[in-house]
Design a protein around this ligand. Structure first.
Ligand SMILES: CC(=O)N[C@H]1[C@@H](OP(=O)(O)OP(=O)(O)OC[C@H]2O[C@@H](n3ccc(=O)[nH]c3=O)[C@H](O)[C@@H]2O)O[C@H](CO)[C@@H](O)[C@@H]1O
Ligand SMILES: C=C(OP(=O)(O)O)C(=O)O
Length: 440
C-alpha cells in the first residue's frame, strides 16, 4: 500500500510536462477494436493504471496489444470473444466503452455492468438507449449486459437526456459501422470527444460536428487501424495550474492547450492568478493574496467536475467565502471530510459547499477516496503547515503519471512511500522512492 508524504510550505518553480489525456486515450483504445485490418499506433498514451486495465480488456477478447514508451500498437484483426468479464470491467468504468465497438463490429457484446462508484451512481441508460435506437436488443442478467443485433446496426436519430461523455463516445463508435446516418443531439462537447472523432475519422469513419451538441455519423463498411497522437490531459494541466496558485509560485505547464482550459484559466484569473498563454503551454504565477470566487461544475465548456476538488483546495487559501456547486455527480464532495481534517472550514448542503478561506491548513493523515479527491489533498498539503500523509494512492495512480515525482522536480517536499510485505521475515519493509517507480 503506497502513501504520499508532503511537507508543506515550499514555493515551486520550473516546468512540468503534461502527459496524454486519460479520458481521451481510454475511448481511443476501445475504438481500436473497430480496426479490422492494419495496426493502430497510439502515441502519447500515458502510463496510467487505467490504460493498463483497458489494454487488458482488449487482450482478454483476443486483440494483440503492445505498450512501450507511451506508444500502444494494437492489432484487432482477430477477436476471440465478445465478452468482457466482471474481473476487468469492475476495475474501471471506462471499460464499458468496448460495448459500442464490439456490438457494431461483431453484432453482439456481453459486458459486465460497470456498477456504481464513489462519486455517484453513474447509470448507463443513455448508452443503452442509443444502442436500442440503432436496432440492438439489450438484455440484463447475472450482472452482465448483453446486446445483440441481426445484421448491422441501423443509423438513428438519438437525443441524449444528459450530455453524457461516455454515452456520446459509445454511440459515436457504434454508429461508425451502422447502415445509414446517425445523429446524436445534446451530445457532449468535451475535447476528448473531438480527439476520439479525429481518430475514428483517421480509421476511415465519417463523423462531423464532434465538439458541438449535434454529431452526425455516416456509417461505413469497414475501418482500419490508424496512427494517432493523444491530446494533452487538460485535467492534469489544471491540477498543476492549481499547484502553482496554491503555493503562490511560478510554473510553466508544458503542453497545456489553453483552448481546452478556458473555464479554469478564467476562474484562476478571477481569483487574481496571472496566466500567460504561449504556443508551448501556459505560465501560471502569483505571489499575492487571492480572492474567493464561486464555482459551478457543468459539462464542457463549463467548469469541469474533474477540477472541482482541486479548486476547492485552492479556495481554502483565498480571502473570503466561496460557493462551490457540483451539478454533474451527486456524490462528489468526499474530499470535504478529509480537507476538514486539515483544518479546512467547509460546510456542505446537498450539492453546494460553502468554503471559508483564510484559515491556515494543517498537515494531517488523510485518505484519497477517489482520483480527484486525492489530487486535492496533495494540493492542500503543499500549502499546509507541517506533514500530511495521503493514503488511497491507488486512486491517484489511475489518473496522474508520477505526481509525486513531478512535484518533487518542481521543488515540493514530497515522497511516495511503498509499503511492501516481505513474506520470509513476515515483517513490513518501507521503501522510499525518490524517483518514481514508473520512471525508474
Ligand atoms: C473516462 C472518462 O472520460 N471519464 C469522464 C467522463 O465520465 P462519464 O462518461 O462516465 O461521465 P458522463 O458524462 O457520462 O456523466 C455525466 C452525468 O450523466 C449521468 N449519466 C451518464 C450516462 C448515462 O447513461 N446516464 C446518466 O444519467 C451521470 O450519472 C452523470 O451525472 O465524463 C465525466 C464528466 O465530465 C468525467 O468526470 C469523467 O472523468
Ligand atoms: C471521474 C474520473 O474518471 P472515471 O470516469 O474514469 O472514473 C476522473 O477522471 O476524474
Amino acid at each position: 500500500m503506497n502513501r504520499i508524504i508532503v511537507r508543506g510550505g515550499r514555493r515551486l518553480s520550473g516546468r512540468v510536462k503534461i502527459h496524454g489525456a486519460k479520458n481521451a486515450v481510454l475511448p481511443i483504445i476501445a475504438a481500436s477494436i473497430l480496426g479490422i485490418e492494419g495496426d493502430s499506433v497510439i502515441h502519447d498514451a500515458p502510463p496510467l493504471d487505467d490504460v493498463i486495465v483497458i489494454n487488458s480488456v482488449l487482450e482478454s477478447i483476443g486483440i494483440e496489444v503492445e505498450y512501450h514508451n507511451e506508444t500502444i500498437r494494437i492489432n484487432a484483426q482477430n477477436i476471440r470473444t465478445c465478452e468482457a468479464s466482471y474481473e476487468l470491467v469492475r476495475k474501471m468504468r471506462a471499460s464499458f466503452l468496448v460495448m459500442g465497438p464490439l456490438l457494431t463490429r461483431m453484432g453482439q457484446a456481453r459486458i459486465s455492468l460497470p456498477g456504481g462508484c464513489a462519486i455517484g451512481t453513474r447509470p448507463i441508460d443513455q448508452h443503452l438507449k442509443g444502442f436500442e435506437a440503432m436496432g440492438a436488443e439489450i438484455e440484463l442478467g447475472q450482472g452482465y449486459i448483453e446486446a445483440r443485433v441481426q445484421g448491422r446496426l441501423k443509423g438513428a436519430k438519438i437525443y441524449l437526456d444528459v450530455a453524457s461523455v461516455g454515452a456520446t463516445e459509445n454511440i459515436m463508435m457504434a454508429a461508425t459501422l451502422a447502415e445509414g446516418t446517425t445523429t446524436i443531439e445534446n451530445a457532449a462537447k468535451e475535447p476528448e470527444i473531438v480527439d476520439l472523432a479525429n481518430y475514428l475519422n483517421a480509421m476511415g469513419a465519417t463523423i462531423r460536428g464532434a465538439g458541438t451538441g449535434l454529431i452526425r455519423i455516416d456509417g461505413v463498411d469497414k475501418l482500419k487501424g490508424a496512427v494517432h497522437t493523444v491530446i494533452p490531459d487538460r485535467i492534469e494541466a489544471g491540477t498543476y495550474m492549481v499547484a502553482a496558485a496554491i503555493t503562490r509560485s511560478d510554473l510553466f505547464i508544458e503542453g497545456a492547450i489553453a483552448d481546452h482550459l478556458r473555464p479554469i484559466i478564467s476562474k484562476l484569473q478571477e481569483m487574481g492568478v496571472q496566466i500567460e498563454e504561449d504556443e508551448n503551454g501556459l505560465r501560471v504565477f502569483t505571489d499575492k493574496p487571492l480572492r474567493a470566487v464561486d464555482v459551478k461544475t457543468l459539462p464542457y465548456p463549463g467548469f469541469p467536475t474533474d477540477m472541482q476538488s482541486q479548486m476547492m483546495a485552492l479556495l481554502l487559501t483565498a480571502d473570503g467565502t466561496a460557493i462551490v456547486t457540483e451539478t454533474v455527480f451527486e456524490n462528489r464532495f468526499m474530499h470535504v471530510e478529509q480537507l476538514v481534517n486539515m483544518n479546512a472550514q467547509i460546510k456542505v448542503d446537498g450539492r453546494t459547499a460553502v468554503i471559508s478561506g483564510g484559515s491556515r491548513l494543517q498537515g494531517a493523515k488523510v485518505c484519497a477516496t477517489d482520483l480527484r479527491a486525492g489530487a486535492a489533498l496533495i494540493l492542500a498539503a503543499l500549502a499546509a503547515d507541517g506533514e500530511t500523509e495521503v493514503t488511497g494512492v491507488h486512486h491517484i495512480d489511475r489518473g496522474y503519471v508520477d505526481i509525486a515525482y513531478k512535484l518533487q522536480q518542481l521543488g515540493a517536499d514530497i515522497q511516495c512511500l511503498s509499503h511492501k510485505v516481505v513474506p520470509v521475515e513476515e515483517e513490513e519493509e518501507l521503501q522510499l522512492f525518490s524517483v518514481s517507480p514508473i520512471l525508474a
